[in-house]
Design a binder for this molecule. Structure first.
Ligand code: GLV
Ligand code: MN
Ligand code: MN
Length: 415
């Protein structure tokens, strides 16, 4: 089945009639349905399925019974609220298609090939991006993860337990990591790089360092009609000042990006001055020292804006990931396999960026003709999706069934 055909099967799952696009939060009903879809495809292909202690699904193809370290591909199935249909699922469907292609080529891999589906990559539900891969590599402690709560106040510990995970067993998995020789994630490109280059597929060079901070602004909740303008301590007005300050700071810092995409007034009534406003800042920069300086300056400006409006504020870090330069040796290998593919950096975060701290890791990007992502307008043309799957199959073949193995197999078969 084609990549586009597989993605069409899930076109109704988590479709969001209000926001448009898809809302497939981690551990939601939509997420579960997508995992069942993946499980169905893996089972139909005779792949061996397992779910690890941190909720990552693994589908194994090891026709030769190899005991070597595994070559892993895969991605995620959860989405941002109102997201596109390719961010995550493209990498999962392409992984399944790549295994089909390798089988059609009669490749018998020398290394097991695994397809991983990481949970809660977007962090849309519990606030920390790449929660599954962070737990696996130890980038977040299980204690901190278990205490995370979603918008409804449900703790990750309870949600994970209801989803069949044992909270006592979450956490670093060095044994599993030691059985991986490399990880290659295919992903929709989330900017205009490949449009500008006129190419369908790129090899990733780097991921921008990025972090998320939660700001709480406390004021005085009161009546919209009876409270004179000079008598107010309105956290919404303080937040508005802060948001403009953060935008101005990022604009004045070359290569910086700062976004406030989520804001929650409490209690959130039209005729009510809020008592509290919470909002989330996403800051990204290629230089980790600049990111640190940006967040220090942001804290100062947030505090000053709160004081100016008679409010109090707190800034708390939710996650921080340094800039990642992907493994040079693996990039070189991929360049040897995909001679025409350019190299591109990205501003988007990925499980591959987290895994890169533990195993040689690389990524492939597939052209997005709108250049828009985290939006219903994200797109991949069917033909590009197939080219991506072929590129991934070529890469997996090069890593798991290097030519000398194929030659000796062919030689043995000829005899
Ligand atoms: C995930 O896609 C991110 O970059 O936040
Ligand atoms: Mn993604
Ligand atoms: Mn994303």
């Amino acid at each position: 089945m084609s990549v586009a055909g597989m993605l069409r099967e899930i076109a109704a799952v988590g479709a969001d009639p209000t926001r448009g696009g898809f809302s497939r939060a981690g551990y939601s009903g939509a997420d579960r349905e997508l995992r069942e879809w993946f499980t169905g495809h893996a089972t139909a292909r005779g792949l061996d399925l397992e779910r690890d202690r941190n909720g990552t699904l693994w589908a194994w193809w090891n026709p030769g019974g190899s005991t070597q370290r595994a070559v892993i591909t895969g991605s995620h199935l959860d989405s941002v609220p109102g997201g596109g249909g390719y961010d995550g699922p493209l990498g999962v469907a392409s992984a399944l298609a790549a295994v089909d292609l390798l089988r059609n080529r009669a490749v018998v891999p020398e290394h097991p090939i695994g397809i991983a589906v990481f949970p809660e990559e977007e962090g849309s539900r519990f606030g920390v991006a790449c929660l599954g891969s962070r737990l696996m590599t130890g980038a977040i402690t299980p204690e901190r993860a278990l205490a995370l709560t979603d918008r409804d106040g449900d703790a990750f510990a309870d949600v994970a337990r209801r989803d069949g995970l044992d909270p006592a067993h979450l956490g670093p998995d060095p044994e599993r990591l030691s059985r991986i020789s490399s990880f290659v994630e295919l992903h929709v490109e989330q900017g205009r790089g490949l449009i500008d280059l006129g190419e369908p597929v790129a090899i990733a060079s780097s991921i921008l360092g990025h972090g998320r901070w939660r700001v709480t602004v406390d004021g005085q909740g009161n009546h919209a009609g009876t409270t004179l303008m000079d008598d107010r301590r309105d956290p919404m007005v303080a937040a508005a000042r802060m948001i403009v300050e953060i935008r101005d700071l990022a604009r004045a810092t070359p290569d910086a990006r700062a976004t406030i995409g989520r804001l929650e007034p409490v209690p959130g009534g039209t005729n009510v001055i809020a008592s509290q406003v919470r909002f989330w800042i996403d800051i990204r920069h290629p230089d980790d020292l600049v990111t640190a300086a940006l967040i220090a300056e942001t804290r100062d400006r947030v505090l000053a804006a709160a004081v100016a409006e008679g409010c109090r504020s707190e800034v708390r870090e939710e996650s921080l990931s340094p800039t990642v330069d992907f493994d040079l040796g693996l990039r070189e290998t991929l360049r040897g396999t995909l001679a025409d593919a350019p190299e591109l950096g990205t501003g988007a975060g990925h499980d591959a960026g987290v895994l890169a701290t533990a195993v040689p890791t690389a990524m492939l990007f597939v052209r997005n003709p709108t250049g828009i992502s985290h939006s219903p307008e994200e797109l991949v043309e069917d033909a590009d999706a197939e080219l991506g799957a072929v590129a991934l199959a070529d890469v997996l073949q090069g890593l798991a069934a290097p030519p000398q193995t194929r030659r000796s197999t062919e030689h043995m078969m000829a005899r």
